[in-house]
Design a protein around this ligand. Structure first.
Ligand code: C2E
Ligand code: CA
Ligand code: CA
Length: 513
C-alpha cells in the first residue's frame, strides 16, 4: 500500500535526497571558494608579473646607462684607456657584467677580452635591434646572457646582464608563482636555461605583461592543482563550516522528508490532489433483480501504486482524523459524476455511502448530505448512510441531533456488516435504523455451514419483526441468490450482479439498462 509500500524503496530515496541536501551547500560552497581562490591567485600572479617587470627594467636601466656612457667610444681605437673605461663602467653599475664596442658587424673591444678577440655581431639576433637573450652552448666558457645593444649609425655599444641575476630575480620575486622572461623567441625560466622551444602554458592563474620600455615580456602562472593547495592552506575554517552546513542541511532535509512522507501527510496530499475516487457497485431488488441502488466504495487512485483498496487506507484515515474530509470529497465527486446523468437513474435510486463513528460526532455531516441531495432533483435519489456494526457509537446529544436531522432530510441509515458486531435492539432503536446489511460471511455460509445459516435466518426474521429492510451482500453464486430471494430479502449485492466499477463504466452500464 502507498503508506507502507514504499518501505525499502522509499528509504533509499530518502537517503539519496538527504545526501543531495547535504552535498548541495558543500559543493556550492567549494565552488564559490574555488572561484575566490582563482581570483586571489590571478591577482597574486598579476602583482608578481608587475614586480618582475619592474625588477628587470631596473637591471636593463643599468645596462642602458653603461651603453650610453660607452657608445661615444665605439669606432675609436681599443687601447688601454678605452678598455679601462669599459671596465670601470661595469664595476660601477650593478647587474652589468660586461660592456663592449662594435663597429659594423665586428665587436672589437670588450671590458673582459680587450682587443684580443673580434666577435661577430648579427643585428638579426636582437629583438627590435635592442635585446638578445642568448643561451650558452653546452661546455662553453660563455654563460647565458641578456645583451643590451645601443647603436648609433654604424657603431654599437653592447652591455650584458648575467643570467644568474635574471634567474635569481625570477626565483626570488615570488616562491609560489612561476615566472618566465621572454625575449623574442627565447625564454628563460627560474631553472636557469635559455630555450627557444614553445613557451609553456600555465594551468592556473596565467598572466603576461610586456615591458613598456624594453622589448621583452614576463609570463607568470602556477602549476596544475595549485588552486586546491591554496584552498587547503587558506580556507580550513571555511571548509569546516561548509561540512557543518552540509550536515545541517542533510538533517533538515531528512527531517522534512520524514515529516512530509508521514502517512497522514501522504493522505492529506492525496486528498488535496483529488486522488480518492468513487467506485460503484449495484444493489438489486430481491424480487425483480432490477438495479435499485449502488454502494459508493472509495478507491485511492495513487500516482505510482495504481488503484489502492480501501481497507488499506481507511483505518489510517480514521486514525488521523481525515476520514471526514475524505468522505465529504467523495460525496462531492459522486454528486458531480452522477447528477448530470440522473435521468438514467430510476426514481428513488439508493446511493449508499459508508460512514464511520467519527462522522457521528460531527454535525457537518448533515450539511454534507444536504449539499449532496441538492445536486439532484427532489426525490430522484435516496441517500443511505452505512454505519458498520463493528464500531459502536456512543449515544450523545450530538449523535441524536445528527440522526434526527438526517431523518428530517430523508437520509436513511443502514447497519453494515450486521451480525459481526455487538449491536443491541436498543442500539437499532436509538439510531432510527432503516436497513440491516447482512455481512458477507453469513452469505458465504449458505449451503456450507448450518450454524451460520441459522444466524442468517434469525437476522432476516428479526429485521422483519422490527420492520427493518434487509440487504444481503457478498452474493457470488446463483444458489446464494436463490436462497436469499426465497427468504424474502429485500436487496441483494455481490459480484454475481456486478463488481465495483469506476464512474464511467457504471454510467455506461446504467445507460444500457
Ligand atoms: P463494505 O462496506 O462491507 O463493502 C463491501 C466490500 O465487499 C467491498 O469491498 C466490495 O468490493 C466487497 N464485495 C462486494 N461484493 C462482493 C462479493 O460478491 N464477494 C466478495 N468477496 N466481496 C464483495 P471494498 O470496496 O474493498 O471495501 C472494503 C471496505 O472498505 C468496505 O467494506 C468498507 O468498510 C470500507 N470502505 C469502502 N469505501 C469506504 C468509504 O467511502 N468510507 C468508509 N468509511 N469506508 C469505506
Ligand atoms: Ca458498506
Ligand atoms: Ca459490509
Amino acid at each position: 500500500m502507498p503508506l507502507a509500500i514504499k518501505g525499502h524503496h522509499q528509504r533509499q530515496h530518502r537517503y539519496l535526497i538527504t545526501l543531495l541536501c547535504a552535498l548541495l551547500p558543500i559543493l556550492l560552497g567549494v565552488a564559490i571558494l574555488y572561484v575566490q581562490a582563482e581570483i586571489s591567485l590571478g591577482q597574486s600572479t598579476a602583482q608578481t608579473t608587475k614586480e618582475a617587470v619592474r625588477e628587470l627594467d631596473l637591471m636593463l636601466d643599468n645596462a642602458s646607462i653603461v651603453a650610453k656612457h660607452v657608445l661615444p667610444l665605439a669606432g675609436q681605437v681599443c687601447d688601454a684607456s678605452t678598455q679601462q673605461i669599459l671596465r670601470e663602467e661595469v664595476t660601477q653599475h650593478p647587474f652589468v657584467r660586461s660592456s663592449s664596442l662594435a663597429s659594423g658587424e665586428n665587436i672589437y673591444c670588450g671590458s673582459h677580452f680587450g682587443s684580443k678577440r673580434v666577435q661577430r655581431l648579427n643585428p638579426a639576433d636582437y629583438v627590435n635591434g635592442q635585446l638578445w637573450l642568448r643561451g650558452s652552448k653546452p661546455k662553453s666558457a660563455d654563460s647565458s646572457l641578456l645583451i643590451y645593444r645601443l647603436n648609433s649609425g654604424d657603431h654599437s655599444a653592447l652591455t650584458t646582464v648575467n643570467s644568474y641575476h635574471l634567474t635569481n630575480a625570477l626565483r626570488l620575486i615570488s616562491r609560489e608563482v612561476d615566472l618566465i622572461l621572454q625575449v623574442g623567441p627565447n625564454w628563460l625560466s627560474s631553472a636557469g636555461y635559455i630555450q627557444a622551444a614553445a613557451v609553456p602554458v600555465f594551468a592556473v592563474a596565467s598572466n603576461s605583461l610586456a615591458s613598456t620600455r624594453y622589448p621583452y615580456s614576463v609570463k607568470a602562472g602556477m602549476p596544475e592543482g595549485e588552486v586546491w593547495r591554496y584552498m587547503k592552506e587558506q580556507y580550513p575554517a571555511l571548509f569546516c563550516l561548509l561540512v557543518f552546513l552540509g550536515i545541517l542541511a542533510g538533517g533538515v532535509g531528512y527531517w522534512f522528508q520524514k515529516l512530509s512522507s508521514a502517512p497522514s501527510h501522504e493522505l492529506q496530499r492525496a486528498l488535496d490532489a483529488n486522488e480518492f475516487i468513487p467506485y460503484f457497485q449495484p444493489v438489486v431488488r430481491g424480487k425483480t433483480l432490477e438495479w435499485a441502488g449502488a454502494e459508493v466504495l472509495m478507491r485511492w487512485q495513487h500516482p505510482t501504486e495504481g488503484l489502492v483498496r480501501p481497507d488499506l487506507f481507511i483505518p489510517l484515515a480514521e486514525h488521523c482524523g481525515l476520514i471526514v474530509p475524505m468522505t465529504r470529497a467523495l460525496l462531492h465527486q459522486t454528486a458531480l459524476l452522477l447528477a448530470p446523468n440522473q435521468t438514467l437513474l430510476p426514481v428513488g435510486f439508493h446511493i449508499t455511502v459508508n460512514i464511520t463513528a467519527h462522522h457521528c460526532q460531527d454535525i457537518n455531516l448533515v450539511q454534507d448530505c444536504r449539499e449532496f441531495l441538492c445536486a439532484f432533483s427532489p426525490g430522484q435519489i435516496t441517500l443511505v448512510l452505512e454505519l458498520t456494526e463493528r464500531e459502536l457509537i456512543t449515544p450523545s446529544d450530538v449523535t441524536h441531533r445528527i440522526f434526527q436531522e438526517l431523518h428530517e432530510l430523508g437520509v436513511m441509515i443502514a447497519i453494515d456488516d450486521f451480525g459481526t458486531g455487538h449491536s443491541s435492539l436498543s442500539y437499532l432503536r436509538d439510531f432510527n435504523v432503516d436497513y440491516l446489511k447482512i455481512d458477507k460471511t453469513f452469505v458465504a455460509a449458505i449451503g456450507v455451514d448450518s450454524l451460520s445459516r441459522h444466524i442468517l435466518d434469525s437476522i432476516i426474521e428479526l429485521s422483519e419483526k422490527l420492520g427493518l429492510r434487509v440487504v444481503a451482500e457478498g452474493i457470488e453464486t446463483p444458489a446464494q441468490r436463490d436462497y436469499l430471494v426465497a427468504q424474502g430479502v429485500d436487496f441483494l449485492q455481490g459480484y454475481l450482479f456486478g463488481r465495483p466499477t469506476n464512474a464511467e463504466t457504471f454510467i455506461s452500464d446504467l445507460r444500457e439498462r
